[in-house]
Structures are given as structure tokens and as C-alpha cells.
Design a protein around this ligand. Structure first.
Ligand SMILES: C[S@@+](CC[C@H](N)C(=O)[O-])C[C@H]1O[C@@H](n2cnc3c(N)ncnc32)[C@H](O)[C@@H]1O
Length: 415
């Protein structure tokens, strides 16, 4: 059948209307006409009858097989406007149709400082490293990448070669690589324990590649250091933090700076002298540390290693940040304990923070700064704020994950 693509959906696919309702087509752009075969809710393109003038040549040889990027074929301006529109739509769904959504802050190519990659041993013993194919568990072995930092990509060939000789990797594993101030920091997870020769091999690899630390863990288990050649440190707004292996970092330092700038912009110009800010889901303190320039900060986070790292970093730098371990799903901040805060920043994981936001709304915290990586959760979590009389004063979309459908946003709600 012939289809006209009307829009791009939340997952980055073109959307057309067929007799039975909307159908989704990979790599199709608004205004394009295609001849396609229907397969459930999806359609496979047989022929492109009219192409969009917004179509561009994807820069990466792995596109579209690699699941890391789905929108490399779209020109930067309409792509940016589409992402901005997703934030406007999410806020509109929450009851804020007139929210002042800023233009999207873009992040450069080759700027991502953190990658979570798959590992797979092939029948011939070689090891492949890469992102997964979209919607499958199959790996696309990475030879180039236009979103990750070049230094990170350059490590992958030598890492695959070293892992070839590691007995602890039987078939499948993963590697989180954080590009820290002190150099690459690698957390390997494999399907068998490391042997002594494995540890020696990893130490030799770390020496050859100047990698201060390689850690290892089983699937989902605790991580242990497998090779440590030097100190590990990372600068966050000028403060020196020692992240645990695999620790959460914002995807790029440019995106991190944009989020911090949007937060500082969203805070009231004048905070009372004794004012305090709460930073919920604080991680290593990426946001708490710069916020402490405006007021004292209490940072709440579930992961004990992150709480310890932030507490130590703030103490050493003499910053007014108190780090508190707390599982905010089990024990969200509520009622009287919220009264001391002039502003609350929250940066929850993908699932959002439904209960916590409802409690913030009920407590009437004057300023709530929501850092979201999921517009669907944001739309849901912002509803109680609308019902409690909050308005959106600033809303900044940040393209932390270039060419993916993921959207990061910083939204200021005030009352
Ligand atoms: C999106 S990250 C943000 C981290 C930090 N704000 C930053 O900018 O680097 C979400 C953080 O929430 C933490 N987290 C996840 N579930 C949590 C929970 N139930 N209670 C408290 N923190 C949680 C994670 O450990 C992670 O550090």
C-alpha cells in the first residue's frame, strides 16, 4: 500500500495512518510517500516514492543497524525542533499548554563520556564490542561511532583483543566505560569469574592503555577492582570526586553544563540567607556541587558508594553539601521535612518519581526543578504540580543523546 508519513513518533519512527490506525516505519520522515508492506503495527518500506528535503546522509557506517542512533537521517534543525516539540507536548499533557519551552540545547558529536556496551565471544574465540541492534539482543560490533568520545572508541579494538584471552568471558558480558578526568575507567561484567591469569592480562592491558582502574563484576553483582594502576578521580564543577566503578555520569560534559546552567537559571534570583536546597537522586553530586554556590544543599541518593564519594568530595572542597543515603522510592521526602527547603531539585531515573513529586506538590515547596530523561514520566509526574497551582517558569530541552529519541529536560515549577 501507499502511505504518507505524517509525523515522527516517540521512538523516532515515521508515523502514517493506515485503515486500521497508525503504523510505524523506520527511518521515514514527515511528508515522505512510500510503498510499504504492513506487518502488524509496523510497515516495511519497499520503495520511496517521494523523499523529504530534510533527509540527509547518515554519517555512520553502522546506521541504521546499531541501536544507538535512530535519527541520523534527519537534518539537524527539524530534528531539534521535533525534540523540543516532545517537551512541549509532555508539558501540555500535564496541563501546561503554554509552558515557555526554550530552543533545544544541542550537544556536539563525539562528546559522550559514558558508554554501556555489550560484549560477545564468537565461536572462533574473537570478542565483539558494541551497542545492541534496536529491539534485539544482537550486537553490532563497533568500528566507528559519531556520538562517543574518540578516546573511548579507540579503546574498543585493544579491549576486544585483550578480552579474547580472558577465561572469565565465556559468551556474553558488558563493559561500562567512563571517561573520567583521570582517564578511562572500565567496569567489566562477565558470565564467569576472572582467573589469576585473567587479572594479570587485564593489568597488562591497563598498563599498555594507561587505564588507572579496571573493575570486574558478575551479572548484577557487586564490583571488585581487577587492576588498579593509579588514582581515580573526576572533576565535577571543580570539585574532585572519586567515582565507584560504573558510576552514573551525565552523558556528556556539555550536556552536564547545560543542565547546571538551566538549574541555576530556574532558581529564584534571590534566596533567603539561610535557604537550603534539596537535591534528590543526587548521584555523585553533579548538580549538588554547583548548586551549593547558591545555598546549602542536602543531597539524597540511594547508592552508598555515591553518597560516600560526594560526602568526601564536598568535605575536601569545603562546599556546603551534606550527602544522605536514602531510598526515595521506599521513603520519599514528605511533609514537615520538606519545609526547610526553598527549592527542590530532582533528577530521577527513567521511571520518574511519581510518589515523590506528588508529595512535593502537597508540601508546597516554592520552587521545584525537575531534571527529566523521560518525557512520558515527566508528563505524569507534573500533573499533581499543575493541580496544586504550580506554573512552569522555564523549560529547557537538552540533547544529551544525539540522534536517539531520548530527551533530557530541565523544567522549573514555581508557586
Ligand atoms: C539520572 S541519575 C542522576 C544523578 C545525578 N543527579 C547526576 O546528575 O549525575 C539518577 C540517580 O538516582 C539514583 N537513584 C535511583 N533510584 C533511587 C532511589 N530509589 N532513591 C534514591 N536514589 C535513587 C541513582 O543511583 C542515580 O544516581
Amino acid at each position: 500500500m501507499e502511505l504518507l508519513i505524517e509525523s515522527v513518533g516517540a521512538a523516532g519512527d515515521g508515523v502514517a495512518q493506515a485503515a486500521g490506525g497508525p503504523v510505524f516505519l523506520s527511518q521515514a520522515l514527515p511528508g515522505e510517500r512510500v510503498r510499504a508492506r504492513l506487518s502488524g503495527k509496523r510497515a516495511e518500506v519497499d520503495a520511496w516514492l517521494a523523499e523529504s528535503p530534510e533527509r540527509v546522509a547518515p554519517p555512520c557506517r553502522h546506521f541504521p543497524a546499531c541501536g544507538g542512533c535512530v535519527l541520523q537521517h534527519w537534518a539537524p534543525e527539524p530534528y531539534a525542533e521535533w525534540k523540543r516539540g516532545r517537551l512541549a507536548e509532555a508539558l501540555s499533557r500535564a496541563g501546561f499548554p503554554d509552558a515557555p519551552v526554550a530552543p533545544m540545547v544541542t550537544t556536539p558529536r563525539n562528546s559522550r563520556q559514558r558508554a554501556d556496551l555489550g560484549l560477545e565471544r564468537l565461536p572462533d574465540g574473537k570478542v565483539q564490542i558494541g551497542f545492541h541492534q534496536r529491539g534485539t539482543t544482537a550486537l553490532v560490533p563497533m568500528q566507528e561511532c559519531h556520538v562517543l568520545q574518540p578516546g573511548l572508541v579507540a579503546l574498543l579494538g585493544p579491549l576486544a583483543e585483550a578480552l579474547r584471552h580472558i577465561e572469565g568471558l565465556r559468551r556474553l558480558g558488558s563493559a561500562v566505560i567512563n571517561m573520567l578526568t583521570s582517564g578511562p575507567d572500565i567496569l567489566l561484567r562477565t558470565d564467569a569469574p576472572l582467573s589469576m591469569p585473567d587479572r594479570r592480562l587485564l593489568a597488562a592491558f591497563a598498563t599498555a592503555q594507561r587505564i588507572p582502574r579496571i573493575a570486574w563484576g558478575g551479572k548484577g553483582g557487586p564490583a571488585e577492582v581487577a587492576a588498579q594502576l593509579g588514582p581515580v578521580r573526576h572533576l565535577l564543577s571543580g570539585a574532585e570526586v572519586v567515582p565507584a566503578p560504573g558510576a552514573f555520569l551525565q552523558a556528556s560534559s556539555e550536556g552536564e553544563a547545560a543542565i547546571i546552567a538551566a538549574l541555576l537559571e530556574g532558581l529564584p534570583r534571590k534566596l533567603p540567607g539561610r535557604a537550603a536546597i534539596a537535591d534528590l537522586y543526587a548521584g555523585l553530586g553533579t548538580l549538588s556541587l554547583p548548586l551549593s554556590a547558591r545555598a546549602r544543599v542536602t543531597a539524597f541518593e540511594a547508592v552508598p558508594e555515591a553518597v560516600a564519594a560526594l560526602g568526601t568530595a564536598a568535605g575536601k572542597a569545603g562546599l556546603r553539601v551534606k550527602a544522605v543515603r536514602r531510598d526515595l522510592d521506599r521513603q520519599p521526602l514528605a511533609g514537615p521535612e520538606l519545609r526547610e527547603f526553598a527549592a527542590v531539585v530532582l533528577d530521577p531515573p527513567y521511571a520518574g518519581a511519581a510518589e515523590q513529586t506528588a508529595l512535593l506538590a502537597r508540601a508546597g515547596v516554592p520552587t521545584i526543578l525537575y531534571v527529566s530523561c523521560n518525557p512520558v514520566a515527566l508528563a505524569r509526574d507534573a500533573k499533581p504540580l499543575q493541580a496544586a497551582g504550580y506554573r512552569v517558569t522555564t523549560a529547557v530541552p537538552v540533547d544529551q543523546f544525539l540522534w536517539s529519541p531520548h530527551l533530557e529536560a530541565v523544567v522549573a515549577f514555581t508557586r
